[in-house]
Write a protein that binds this ligand. Structure first.
Ligand code: DCP
Ligand code: MG
Length: 360
């Protein structure tokens, strides 16, 4: 028998704006908008709930926010403070589980299946987390409690701000039947529009479709939609330590001497690495190439930048590093690239043996 997991999703309320309100009490009760200044070409990073009443939201051009809410307080972001506050939030979360997956500065999943405190109740644990965050950091968080990531994340948004919502295993399938497809994990605007054209508006409509039919229309993602429609999501909470580096390498089927072929392979690898960094909101400062020659002699060449690596100069750097090796003159059996000096980007602009429903 498989026991459902107990997952909590925590999402801080109006995160940057709440930190600003906390640190400047005169802002209390006023609309606060953090991000680009009104006369700039910047965008809103976030707005507090007072400002949201005027229609202001994240990613809106600051000039447009100004038209909607000219009397708001406009603040430049203080990323250092948000990063430090985020670290403190994550430190609190780790007291409740060893299995914590941070998604961004203000959001994380916890798997609390193994936490026997609070009568083993995930709901009581979520309450205790919220209490600790208010008491220690003077900030509010919203919590969602459920048996998988998909539903826990939806639940945390149900009663924002300062919310706590629970979707129990017995209620999940019904809940999903009534859920608009736009709110499903992994369904973006384009897929939502395509589904609507096919008459799929909410979970119940998806259930009328066979997995095969969904795969036919949406490719591999169709398998995923079929699972979600049943309220299922098998993804585990991934507890990852901060990685030190990220890399790729390959051994050629036969040794290569041609410089351009090797350069091409390195470019392919770095493109993959840069894409991974972007997805995880990381920046890297050092790039290292590794070459193993046909006789197994190995060479590495590396360069570190004060500014984070970017797509523009990374390619020329790799070419430059490669020119410092004997590639072109000696056969090569393996090439690799690694980036290191990782930091999280600030510009997101970021089994219980016995399971009982009633103590969820
Ligand atoms: N953020 C950003 N640009 C975006 C979205 C978010 O810079 N387009 C930053 C500012 C937010 C923080 O990330 O404060 C967290 O994002 P959320 O989406 O969780 O939004 P908030 O925490 O601000 O509000 P909510 O109460 O809706 O969670
Ligand atoms: Mg938030």
């Amino acid at each position: 028998m498989i026991y459902p997991r107990k997952i909590i999703h925590i999402d801080m309320d109006a995160f940057y704006a709440s930190v600003e309100e906390r640190d400047n009490p005169e802002l209390k009760g006023r609309p606060v908008i953090v991000g680009g200044l009104p006369n700039s070409r910047g965008v809103v990073a976030t707005a507090n709930y007072e400002a949201r009443r005027y229609g202001v939201h994240s990613a809106m051009p600051a000039a447009q926010a100004y038209r909607l809410c000219p009397f708001a307080e406009y603040l430049r972001p203080r990323f250092d403070v948000y990063r430090e506050t985020s670290r403190q939030v994550m430190e609190i979360l780790h007291r409740f589980s060893d299995c914590v997956e941070a998604l961004s500065l203000d959001e994380a999943y916890l798997d609390v299946s193994g936490n026997m405190d609070y009568q083993g109740s995930a709901t009581l644990i979520a309450r205790a987390i919220k209490d600790a965050i208010i008491k220690e950091l003077c900030l509010t968080a919203s919590a969602g409690v459920s048996y998988n990531k998909f539903l826990a994340k939806i639940a945390s948004g149900l009663n924002k701000p300062d919310g706590l919502a629970v979707i129990r295993p017995k209620d999940g399938p019904d809940f999903v039947r009534n859920l608009p497809v736009g709110q499903f994990h992994g369904i973006g605007k384009a897929t939502e529009a395509k589904m609507k054209k096919l008459g799929i508006h909410q979970g119940a409509d998806l259930l009328n479709w066979s997995q095969n039919a969904l795969v036919l229309h949406f490719g591999k993602a169709g398998y995923w939609y079929a699972l979600l429609a049943k309220g299922e999501d098998p993804r585990p909470v991934r507890h990852h330590r901060q990685r030190q580096s990220l890399g790729h390498e390959i051994t050629f089927a036969h040794d290569i001497t041609d410089m351009e072929t090797i350069l091409e392979e390195l470019m392919r690898q770095i493109d993959k690495i840069m894409a991974k960094l972007a997805v995880r909101n990381w920046l890297a400062h050092t790039v290292t190439i590794k070459i193993k020659y046909g006789d197994f002699e190995q060479a590495t060449r590396s360069k570190t930048f004060r500014q984070a690596l970017n797509q523009k100069h990374i390619r020329s750097t790799i070419r430059e590093l490669l020119q410092k090796t004997k590639v072109g003159n000696r056969p090569v059996r393996l090439v690799g690239v690694t980036v290191s000096g990782l930091e999280e980007t600030s510009a997101m602009l970021l089994q219980t043996p016995l399971w009982q429903d009633r103590i969820f």
